[in-house]
Design a protein around this ligand. Structure first.
Ligand SMILES: C[S@@+](CC[C@H](N)C(=O)[O-])C[C@H]1O[C@@H](n2cnc3c(N)ncnc32)[C@H](O)[C@@H]1O
Length: 242
């Protein structure tokens, strides 16, 4: 007897613009029976959802929906789409999918941090990438942020929105005050904030870190501090061998 096992895919669908969804991920979604995702992510893949059984989830109902589908899935194909890359700042949910469904296939996408790095013209290998978008403690990450700045790295930060518990938020303003209170001269540190990258509402703020104090930005935003200088092979190689 040929018993088919359920196929579960966690895929990255890029930062918002349809054209950033890889062809590979488009094909996986088109071939799916069931899709479970958050609203923003489902909007990104909207044109691929015809004739699919689609569940729009929130943080509060996702556990119930995953378990319901686990019971009903049979040999159907389930795709759980994630914004950006599925392997960046999504592990709290991806790990839960592995716990519930066992063997899942993870397919990468283009991350919002890649788009931010491209716009700011910084190399990811010269950058400390720190996500505060987690529900566990962020104290060590704050230290990483200070250390990265002192060591001369570029910094890419995903802030932490938490509207229901404002004390837990670590948004742009909290970051600015945190650095100032820890001895950084924030009036001298350049910063760029990218909001809603690749979408119609994309916005860019360019200024100094102290200007972020008490300033509100959308949850869908990324903070970039660029510290690296141009350092091409031309500067590194002995000019005589060129
Ligand atoms: C849970 S994390 C997911 C990151 C995602 N996996 C990625 O690779 O881009 C959600 C955060 O990513 C950032 N983000 C995702 N898409 C974005 C976009 N289009 N523009 C700006 N920030 C974005 C925001 O900081 C947002 O709060």
């Amino acid at each position: 007897m040929n018993v088919k096992t359920p196929k579960v895919f966690a895929v990255g669908v890029g930062p918002g613009l349809y054209e950033y969804i890889t062809k590979n991920v488009q094909d996986i979604i088109l071939d799916a029976d069931i899709i479970i995702g958050y609203e923003f992510t489902l909007n990104t893949i909207n044109r691929l959802l015809k004739n699919k059984n689609v569940y729009m989830i929130t943080m509060t109902n996702q556990e119930r929906i995953y378990n319901k589908i686990k019971k009903e899935i049979g040999n159907k194909k389930l795709v759980v789409p994630f914004t950006g890359d599925v392997n960046f700042s999504e592990s709290e949910v991806v790990d839960r999918l592995i716990q519930i469904f066992g063997n899942i296939t993870i397919v990468p996408g283009i991350s919002s941090i890649q788009v931010a790095a491209a716009k700011a013209q910084i190399a990811l290998d010269k950058t400390k990438i720190i996500t505060f978008h987690i529900s566990t403690s962020i104290e060590n990450k704050k230290i990483e942020l200070r250390k990265g700045l002192i060591d001369g790295f570029n910094i890419i930060v995903l802030p932490r929105p938490w509207p229901s518990q404002p004390k837990k938020q670590f948004m742009h303003s909290e970051l600015a005050f945190y650095l100032k209170n820890n001895g950084f001269d924030t009036s001298k540190i350049n910063v760029i904030v990218y909001e809603s990258l690749t979408t119609n509402s994309e916005k860019i703020f360019v200024g100094k870190v102290n200007e972020l104090e008490n300033k509100k930005f959308s949850d869908l935003s990324i903070i970039v501090i660029k510290q690296s200088k141009l350092e091409s092979y031309y500067n590194i190689l002995d000019a005589n061998i060129m």
